[in-house]
Design a protein around this ligand. Structure first.
Ligand code: NDP
Ligand code: 2IT
Length: 460
């Protein structure tokens, strides 16, 4: 009974926290609950139960070390004063310096950053690298802003953030709305404030300290993971198969690039306004130009390819997304959280989809996860499948600390090995705990174990 109580207690704790907190923490509870339900098999071992209970591991794990919230004041191009909110959630540094991206998007709030920071702890643990978990960002919307406005915002944001970060304290990187351009401006301001040229941010442009392959790492890693999972589960390879991808940002476009290199036919991509379907496979050079250079809407794609179709969000099926209704062998949600619903999961099952790999963080709703786990779909959870980005960030930290520069091929080999190791570890952990084939439980248990062991060893 004692063993069961640990989970019951944790659930009671979550219910209490839910009552005490505002609605914006919903996504954080969603992420926590999934992990707590997954790690239940761990508590079948008396040793793990006793150690965790004695050290209040769950209570400590679900509470961030600190949440830093600050005002960001900057001047737009009309010389009008603008005010945004900045955040850094330093969640857990049991395994290494706090590490995780910055998100600039109008939807950003404390709850979203707590969910992302919490997921990051376990993801970073799975990489096997010495990295803690954190996340940050702002409700600033880079869309429609001039380069100068983005620069002025980044400088103002860093004027506060620099006090809380450092190469051995906390190392931010990119996420939605933050790429090489933003990291460059943030890095420049950190340098001006501290005079230190050091590896305080990852995802820097390659000509001043960025690792080669960091832009590609998350998307390529997602495909390396999928390839290994399909092999372990005795499924056919991706070659010649129809694949669907959502998103058209950093993760999505590099996942598409690797899928195409492996001979898959990737027929979709999406942005916040709609979906492109191109039966012959999407035109990647055009997408890169539209999204990375012109920062334009996907709707423009059909000007160059009138044979493709564009479906605006207003025409998506009720409660779901057009992209997951397209029959495919493998699906890759790579845009944002909760973009794959129960309606979508049922469509994927109905259409005979074989694997779903989460490139975005927590793209599937809780109901969707349950539907997919009960089906024959192989579900690769985000914290394992998209860990290639932060893994190469870890490699960037190593290169910066050692004043070295690794080649593209070296980084690619290390990334591939890391993703295959994560996949094998997750799969064998699931088997060890009696849930063979359940990569969600396998990832949560394997990640939790590494962090919990470190927290216990470090005392209070
Ligand atoms: P980008 O900003 O490069 O691209 C984001 C993409 O998602 C865009 O196509 C964007 O459309 C779309 N999108 C964003 N918000 C929404 C929304 N609310 N509804 C519909 N579409 C949306 O970000 P990334 O590619 O870097 O990140 C994508 C996902 O991958 C995120 O979940 C992120 O946390 C995760 N991730 C990123 C890593 C990285 O290294 N960058 C590492 C691991 C995970 P639009 O252009 O219209 O805004
Ligand atoms: O969600 C993620 O793993 C990221 N946005 C990348 C984090 C990082 O530190 O590279």
């Amino acid at each position: 009974m004692k063993r069961v109580n640990s989970i019951v207690d944790a659930k009671a704790e979550i219910a209490k926290l839910k009552n005490e907190n505002c609605a914006e923490d919903d996504v954080f509870f969603q992420a926590m609950e999934e992990v707590l339900l997954s790690i239940f098999p761990l508590f079948k071992s008396d040793e793990m139960y006793n150690k965790s209970a004695k050290n209040a591991i769950i209570r400590r794990l679900i509470t961030p070390d600190r949440v830093i919230k600050f005002k960001v004041v900057w001047l737009d191009d009309k010389n009008e004063v603008q005010v945004n909110t900045g955040y850094r959630v330093q969640f857990n540094n049991a395994l290494g310096p706090y590490k995780g991206g910055l998100r600039f998007h109008p939807s950003v709030n404390e709850g979203i950053l707590k969910f992302l920071g919490f997921e990051q702890i376990l993801k970073n643990a799975l990489t096997g690298l010495p990295l803690g978990g954190a996340k940050g960002g702002s409700d600033f919307d880079p869309k429609g802003k001039s380069d100068f406005e983005v620069m002025k915002f980044c400088s103002a944001f860093m004027k506060e953030l620099y006090k809380h970060i450092g190469p051995r304290i906390d190392v931010p990187a990119g996420d939605i709305g933050v790429g090489g351009r933003e990291i460059g401006y943030l890095f420049g301001q950190y340098k001006r404030m501290t005079t230190a040229f050091e590896g305080v941010l990852t995802g820097k442009p390659a000509f001043f300290g960025g690792s080669l392959m960091r832009p590609e790492a998350t998307g390529y890693g997602v495909i390396y993971f999928t390839r290994k999972m399909l092999e372990l589960e005795g499924k056919e390879t991706l070659e010649g198969k129809v694949c669907t991808v959502s998103g058209s940002g950093n993760v999505a476009l590099h996942a598409i690039e690797k899928l195409q290199a492996l001979g898959a036919v990737t027929v979709t991509c999406t942005d916040s306004k709609g979906m492109i379907y191109d039966a012959r496979g999407v035109d990647l050079p055009l997408l890169k130009e539209l999204k990375f250079e012109r920062r334009a809407s996907l709707e423009e794609y059909i000007k160059a390819h009138p044979e493709a179709s564009y479906t605006p969000v207003s025409e998506y099926p009720k409660g779901g997304h057009a992209v997951w209704n397209i029959p495919c062998y493998a699906a890759f949600p790579c845009a944002t959280q909760n973009e794959l619903t129960a309606v979508d999961a049922k469509n994927l099952v109905k259409n005979g989809c074989v694997s779903v790999t989460e490139g975005a963080n927590m793209p599937s709703t809780t109901d969707a996860v349950h539907i997919m786990l009960k089906s024959d779909i192989c579900l690769a959870p985000a914290k394992a499948a998209n860990a290639g980005g932060v893994a190469v960030s870890g490699f960037e930290m190593s290169q910066n600390a050692a004043m070295q520069k690794w080649t593209f091929e070296e980084v690619d080999l290390k990334l591939k090995a890391t993703m295959e190791d994560i996949c094998e570890n997750v799969s064998s952990t699931a088997k060890e705990f009696g849930v063979a084939g359940n990569y969600v439980d396998g990832a949560n248990i394997a990640g939790f174990k590494r962090v919990a062991d470190a927290m216990i060893a470090e005392g209070v």
